[in-house]
Ligand binder design. Structure first.
Ligand code: GMT
Length: 372
C-alpha cells in the first residue's frame, strides 16, 4: 500500500507513535509518505520505503498567523497525486483531520477517492479540541473521516462524552517494540548517575502542566529521605524552568539530573528502577509503556487511560491524582526489597508484551484493508 502519514514531528507521544507506525509499516513493505513541517524526531536512518515531504508555510507581511492548515492540505493533495497515495492516516485531530477533509474534497473534484483515517491521541480531544474555539471544526472533521481510532477505551469514551459523534470509534492501543527496549544496562553510564548504586527514579515528558511534574519532585524528596536514590528527568517543555528552580532550591538538588530531550530512551530506561508518571490526565501514557517494555515498573496516577496500561500491583501502582504519600509508599514498596523489584520488573515486561508492535500494527493494516 502507499500510505500518507500526517503527524506532529516533535517529541510528543502522537508524533512518536505515528513515526513508529510508519517505520513498522515500511518494514512490512508498504510505502510510507510522511507529511509534516519537520523531519519527525524518531525518523532517523534510511529505509527505501519511507519518504518525507516537508510542509512549507511561506510567510507574507499580511499574515500575522501563516495559514498552516491550508499549506498542509495543499501538500497532502500534491503528495497524494504525485505518489499514488491510496490512504491518508492523520494523527492528532487538530488541524490534521480538517486539512485531510479539505484535501479529500479537492481530490474528489478530480475523481480521486482518498480514504482518511483519523487517530485521536489525547489533548486533541480532552484539552484543546473541546475548547469552543476548535470544537465545531474538530467534530465535523472527525465525523467526515472514513474511520476514527482512539488510543484507549478511556479516550474513546471521552470523545463520545465531549463531542456529537455520528461514527463509531475503534480502539487501537498504542504499541511498543518490546525487543528494542530489552537492553542491558551500560555499567559506565550507571556508575556516573548512581556511583554508590543508588536506586534510580525516572520521569520523561514534555513538561506541560497536565504532567504535574512538581509531584515527581515531591515524591522523590520523600523517597530520597528513606533510601539512597537519584532522580532523572528526560524531556523539555514549558514547566521545566520552574521545576529546575524547585529542584535547585530543594535539599535533594544534588541527587537530581536533567538530561533534556533524548533519543536513546532505551539506554536510560535500562539503568532505571522506577518510572514516575503523576499526570492529571493521560489518554494512554506511551512513555509508561516504553518503561514497562524495558522492565521498569511504573508509579502513576489512575487518571484517564492509565489503568488500561499500568496494572495496579502487577506492572506498578496506581494512585489518585496528587496523592504524593501513596505514590511514595508504592515506590518504596518496590524499591526497598530486591525480590519485590524483580517481581514488578517481570510484571511490567509481561504486560508490555500485550502491546507489542507485532500485535498492534496488524490492527491498523486490517483497518486500511477495509478501504483499499
Ligand atoms: O503529552 C504528550 O506526550 C503529547 C500528547 C499528544 O497528543 O501528542 O500525548 C497524547 O498522546 C500520546 C500518544 O497517543 C499518549 O500516550 C498520551 O497519553 C497523550 N497525552 C495526554 O493525553 C495528555
Amino acid at each position: 500500500m502507499n500510505i500518507g502519514i500526517v503527524c506532529y514531528p516533535t517529541f510528543g507521544g502522537s508524533g512518536v507513535l505515528a513515526t513508529e507506525l510508519g517505520k513498522a509499516l515500511a518494514d512490512k513493505g508498504h510505502n510510507i509518505h510522511f507529511i509534516t513541517y519537520q523531519q519527525p524526531v524518531r525518523l532517523s536512518g534510511f529505509n527505501a520505503n519511507i519518504f518525507y515531504h516537508e510542509v512549507r508555510v511561506p510567510t507574507y507581511p499580511l499574515f500575522d498567523y501563516p495559514p498552516y492548515e491550508t499549506a498542509l492540505a495543499s501538500t497532502m493533495v500534491d503528495v497524494i497525486l504525485k505518489n499514488n497515495v491510496q490512504l491518508l492516516h492523520v494523527h492528532y485531530a487538530i488541524p490534521h483531520a480538517s486539512a485531510a477533509f479539505m484535501a479529500k474534497q479537492i481530490l474528489a473534484k478530480r475523481g480521486i477517492k482518498i480514504p482518511v483515517v483519523t487517530t485521536l491521541h489525547g489533548t486533541d480531544i480532552t484539552l484543546v479540541g473541546k475548547d469552543k474555539t476548535y470544537s465545531p471544526v474538530v467534530t465535523f472533521s472527525m465525523n467526515e473521516s472514513d474511520a476514527i481510532t482512539a488510543v484507549s477505551k478511556n479516550l474513546r469514551d471521552e470523545t463520545f462524552r465531549n463531542f456529537k459523534m455520528e461514527k463509531e470509534i475503534q480502539v487501537i492501543y498504542n504499541f511498543v517494540d518490546v525487543k528494542r527496549f530489552n537492553r542491558k544496562p551500560i555499567d559506565a553510564f550507571k556508575k556516573v548517575i548512581a556511583p554508590a548504586n543508588e536506586k534510580i527514579l525516572l520521569h520523561a515528558s514534555n513538561f506541560r502542566k497536565v504532567k504535574r511534574v512538581e509531584d515527581v519532585v515531591k515524591v522523590f524528596v520523600k523517597v530520597n529521605a528513606e533510601i539512597p536514590s537519584k532522580l532523572l528527568f528526560v524531556g523539555d517543555g514549558p514547566e521545566r524552568p520552574y521545576i529546575e528552580t524547585l529542584c535547585r532550591e530543594s535539599e535533594v538538588c544534588n541527587d537530581i539530573r536533567f538530561l533534556g530531550k533524548q533519543e536513546q530512551m532505551e539506554d536510560i530506561l535500562a539503568i532505571s528502577d522506577v518510572f514516575l508518571l503523576p499526570s492529571e490526565y493521560e489518554s494512554f501514557g506511551l512513555a509508561a509503556l516504553e518503561a514497562m517494555a524495558a522492565a521498569v515498573p511504573v508509579i502513576s496516577t489512575n487518571a484517564g487511560g492509565l489503568p488500561e496500561i499500568n496494572v495496579n500491583g502487577v506492572s506498578g501502582f496506581l494512585s489518585n491524582v496528587g496523592d504524593i504519600d501513596d505514590m511514595c509508599k508504592n515506590a518504596l514498596h518496590i524499591l526497598t526489597d530486591e525480590k519485590m523489584l524483580k517481581k514488578f520488573k517481570d510484571g511490567a515486561l509481561a504486560h508490555a508484551n500485550k502491546f507489542d508492535i507485532n500485535n498492534i500494527v496488524p490492527e491498523y493494516e486490517a483497518l486500511y484493508n477495509t478501504f483499499i
